[in-house]
Design a binder for this molecule. Structure first.
Ligand code: CU
Length: 136
């Protein structure tokens, strides 16, 4: 009886181990890097391009400086439960090609986020981030 229980436990452990290995593989193969450029607009204004981003947890949103003026990324609204901490406002991106990676991890629960560039918010430099399944 004892040996049977032992065998059952060993099989259960083995199954758990193979499941968790598969979960790690699935996670490491799926994340994406989503590029958002900070650009000059023809009307002497600035924009995030694209201005609407959809990400899954594990993805990275990479903001890239492609403009003549410094920009940042400051969140204005977040879903309940979001704990962005230091990610709530980015450093300024100044040099061409300089980038800022925002890792969409457990700080970012599913939902709708809005962000702006602080100096250019009044000029319409705003964006949205949706974490979760793409809206259809
Ligand atoms: Cu800006």
């Amino acid at each position: 009886m004892d040996s049977l229980r032992c065998l059952t436990a060993a099989v259960a452990l083995g199954l758990a181990a193979s499941f968790s290995t598969r979960a790690v593989e699935a996670q490491s193969s799926s994340p994406h890097v989503i590029i958002v450029k900070m650009v000059d607009m023809p009307n002497a204004q600035f924009a995030f391009q694209p201005a609407a981003v959809v990400a899954q947890r594990g993805d990275t949103v990479r903001f890239v400086q492609a403009s003549s003026a410094p920009h940042d990324v400051a969140f204005r609204s977040t879903p309940k439960g979001a704990k962005l901490g230091a990610a709530s406002t980015s450093p300024y991106l100044i040099a061409p090609g300089q980038s800022y990676d925002l890792v969409i991890d457990s700080r970012f629960p599913d939902g709708a986020y809005t962000f702006v560039c602080e100096p250019h918010e009044g000029m319409g430099m705003r964006g949205t981030l949706t974490v979760g399944a793409p809206a259809r």
